[in-house]
Design a protein around this ligand. Structure first.
Ligand code: 17S
Length: 820
């Protein structure tokens, strides 16, 4: 298409050039003058102009998918951590150059305007970001997949650091409007809560159940376009917002209930008001269960309504033609809810409904921490969802008969496997419900899946071995390499072409170039430029200067004991100790960056944040340290921060206690961008090391098996006594060097390290960590060697594309192909 012609006339899609479309949106959509419009309005106008370019393809994709006689997949997730959409959409459409020059006329740079966009922080961490990468890959592969989630008014909290401590602030990301959504009031659904279940007989004398005397809430969908890469496909993410029914019910109004009804509206809207920020720890709050059921019921009703539009009440093919992928157990209510809808609303028998349900549910597990497995008290569940509770008990009754048939007389097995954990306060085990109701159960990395089969879910694996499968996670190389690292993208494209952007296996064509000294030098210069950009970002947010000749050593992820940010800090203290005692010979300058949010109620995690900040304060202000060492805690880590961080990172810290991190996905983003990994044999690290080659990975620590064995006879105090480096680190920590005015504040952390029942075995791995860090230190001194290893890491990252992961879901679980 001739873009020059666009500046004066409209193209076939009825849209003029970006320049005039932006003006039109400023003037008519937003009611502003184009002259000296604020950046925030200019951003909205530009985003709307981009959205307009998506709309025609969006409609066509919807029509094509609706007509296609294929299975449809619904990705149900309480979280979609999308981040920003503006430049991502431009990049997918191949329109960044056109936008660049259009904005020139408004006197603003594209990069600057992009900063106006609030991150859509509708997720906690890996699980939510995975859902966003998956949607990108589904659109790239043109798969008939719709994402279903919640439109939280407040996403992940904003993290501020005050005197070294985390302070949470609400993130009202919608305050300036959201140009990336379209409200669809015509598709609203009614969601029931509370009330009771009632038996009745129909005209034929057949008995049925119905759920009556309920309190109802309306679910209104907002659709978010998800563009594929240069392929004219635009898929849909449908996010539900909660609102009250009949706000202006006239009888209430006349009876003086006006303010009452407005109060009810507020209560209803609470359901989608805020994202729960505690990843990996459930706290049994009623509102959280309401959110889960609200998502599930609205989405299932939506899918059923569209089915009925097309097929009437004939559900014979429903199981074959639909698939619901459950992102962890958070949407596991989908199992009993689909049963309810099929039986109570559509008149099916239990057997018919169960056959359909178990043909279309698939469950992904994301955690190995037993304490993170979701359980809901039967008392709470049955008050909120009485009819669903009956159905769950009936599923359980029938399931336990199967258990009895497989292990006759084994009461212990029935107790272990029951969907209901008995006791004075019985609980529903959501993972077991998901397993029983699904045809597929998958883990997210090889080790994780093996550990699930042998551990947490071993009984179920014995019963249904073929249900269990692995889908190692991946990330989208479009956001996490091409788009966030244009310097490297251009170098790669000049060298091997751009086919890797849609087929990352092609990136291995870089491998031979690792032996080319001139290429290595260009590679080094790109990294250097990215380090400078990252250093500017850090200086801007924290005031700390990262010298560019230092090794950039980064750990960004949620703060959690099992991820062992504490081990990272101990290493920083060790380096500081060496500098202080004049043992800095051969030390490579190092800048340590740590970022991540702690769940607001997770005291130990918050204390770790405080420790990082206090240690940073001492080290960064000690003249003796010079440029040898820096440590920084970067506040408010989020998707858009990672887009600056991963291109500039040289050493990626993946140091969880082996057997605890299900997969990790940050590890993959760093690898793609040429960072080397220092890590344990945990989650996807194992596969990263396999692909990159052991010689291109810094391995340390116990493996999952050894972790189990060490727990029996772990004596951290002996380790401290026997190792002078470790002893000095503990002495520094215990001397109050890092908390001179706040005596005792780190005692809990110190006590944990010294505790023989420390779950995370931090000191068991410390010696090995120090030694491997030293090896990284030494390797870095030879830039030729380091850069070769860096290139090899990028070149062998092909497997970690979410395109590969999603192709496997499509082939091995969903049974779907591209709709073109
Ligand atoms: C992560 N799981 S974020 C794993 N669970 O820890 C990673 N959140 O190893 C893995 O790479 C990633 O998933 C993708 O597979 C996460 O209540 C659980 C959770 C979230 C919210 C919540 C409770 C639990 C609000």
């Amino acid at each position: 298409m001739n873009t020059a012609a666009l500046t004066t006339e409209k193209s076939e899609n009825g849209l003029a050039s970006f320049e005039s479309e932006i003006r039109r949106h400023l003037n008519f959509t937003l009611g502003h003058h184009a002259k000296n419009a604020s950046h925030s309005y200019l951003y909205v106008a530009a985003a709307l102009a981009v959205r307009d370019r998506l709309v025609a393809n969006w409609r066509e994709t919807q029509q094509r998918t609706a007509e296609a006689d294929t299975r449809h997949v619904y990705y149900l997730s309480l979280e979609f951590l999308i981040g920003r959409s503006f430049t991502n959409a431009l990049y997918s459409l191949g329109l960044d150059d056109e936008m660049h020059s259009a904005l020139h006329d408004y006197g603003v740079r594209l990069e600057e305007l992009a900063e106006e966009e609030h991150d859509a922080g509708l997720g906690n961490g890996g699980l939510g970001r995975l859902a966003a990468c998956f949607l990108d890959s589904c659109a790239n592969l043109q798969l008939p997949v719709v994402g279903y989630g919640l439109r939280y008014e407040y996403g992940m909290f904003h993290q501020r650091i005050e005197e070294g401590r985390q302070v949470e602030e609400p993130d009202h990301w919608l305050r300036d409007g959201n140009p990336w959504e379209i409200e669809r009031p015509e598709d609203e659904r009614k969601i029931q809560f509370y009330g009771r279940s009632e038996l009745y007989y129909d005209e034929q004398g057949v008995h049925h159940c119905r759920w009556v005397d309920t309190q109802d809430v309306i679910a209104v969908p907002y659709d978010v376009p998800t563009p594929g890469f240069h392929n004219d496909t635009v898929n849909t993410l449908r996010l539900w917002k909660a609102t009250a029914t009949d706000v202006f019910d006239l009888s209430e109004f006349n009876a003086g209930g006006y303010t009452e009804s407005v109060r009810e509206k507020n209560l209803a809207e609470q359901i989608t008001m805020v994202l729960y920020p505690n990843d990996a720890s459930e706290n049994g709050k009623e509102l959280r269960l309401k959110q889960q059921y609200f998502l599930v019921s609205a989405s299932l009703q939506d899918v059923l309504a569209k089915w009925i539009d097309k097929h009437g009440e004939d559900f014979s093919e429903f199981g074959k033609k639909n698939c619901f992928q459950l992102n962890d157990t958070h949407p596991a209510c989908a199992v009993p809810e689909l049963m309810r809808l099929l039986m109570d609303v559509h008149g099916m028998s239990w057997e018919q409904a169960w056959k359909i349900t178990t043909h279309c549910m698939a469950y992904t597990n994301h955690t190995l921490l037993p304490e993170a497995l979701e359980r809901w008290s039967v008392a709470l569940f049955s008050r909120l969802l009485p009819r669903l509770t009956e159905i769950i008990f009936e599923i359980n009754r029938r399931f336990l008969m199967e258990v009895e048939a497989k292990w006759p007389g084994d009461e212990q097995k029935r107790k272990e496997m029951s969907l209901i954990e008995e006791g004075h306060n019985p609980h529903i085990r959501m993972a077991y419900l998901a397993i029983v109701g699904s045809f597929s159960v998958n883990g997210v990395a090889q080790l994780h899946t093996e550990l699930l089969k042998a551990g947490l879910f071993s009984n179920f694996h014995q019963m249904w071995p073929r249900k269990f499968n692995n889908k190692t996670n991946g990330v989208t190389q479009r956001r996490w390499l091409s788009h966030c690292n244009p310097g490297l993208r251009n170098l790669i494209n000049e060298t091997i072409g751009d086919a890797w952007e849609t087929d990352l296996s092609k990136i291995e064509e870089l491998l031979p170039h690792a032996g080319d000294a001139e290429f290595r030098e260009r590679w080094r210069l790109v990294k250097l430029e990215n380090k400078r950009k990252l250093a500017r970002y850090i200086a801007d947010k924290t005031g700390v200067i990262f010298p560019e000749e230092a090794i950039f050593d980064v750990q960004v992820k949620r703060i959690h004991e099992y991820k062992r940010q504490l081990l990272n800090v101990l290493h920083a203290i060790h380096l500081y100790d060496r500098i202080r005692r004049g043992d800095a010979e051969g030390l490579t300058p190092r800048c340590i960056l740590i970022g991540g949010k702690a769940a607001p109620g997770y005291h130990v995690a918050k204390l770790i944040v405080k420790l990082i900040n206090n240690v940073a304060n001492v080290i960064n202000n000690d003249a003796q340290v010079g440029d040898l060492l820096r440590i920084v805690f970067l506040p408010n880590y989020r998707v858009s921060a990672m887009e600056v961080i991963c291109p500039g990172t040289e050493l990626s810290e993946q140091i969880s206690t082996a057997g605890k991190e299900a997969s990790g996905t940050g590890n993959m983003k760093f690898m793609m961008n040429g960072a080397l990994t220092i890590g344990t044999l945990d989650g996807a690290n194992i596969e990263i090391r396999e692909k990159a080659g052991a010689e291109n990975f810094f391995l340390f620590g116990l493996d999952a098996q050894q972790v189990q064995e060490t727990r029996q006879q772990y004596e951290p105090n002996k380790i401290i006594a026997a190792d002078s480096d470790i002893r000095r680190v503990m002495e520094l920590l215990e001397s109050g060097t890092f908390n001179t005015h706040e005596p005792g504040i780190f005692d809990i952390l110190i006590g944990g390290l010294r505790n023989p029942s420390d779950q995370w075995l931090t000191l068991a791995d410390f010696r090995s960590f120090i030694d491997e860090q030293q090896r990284a230190n030494d390797t870095y001194q030879d830039a030729q060697v380091w850069n070769r290893m860096s290139i090899v890491n990028t070149a062998t990252s092909g497997f970690f594309s979410s395109d590969r992961t999603i192709s496997q879901y499509a082939d091995e679980i969903w049974g779907v192909g591209a709709v073109r």
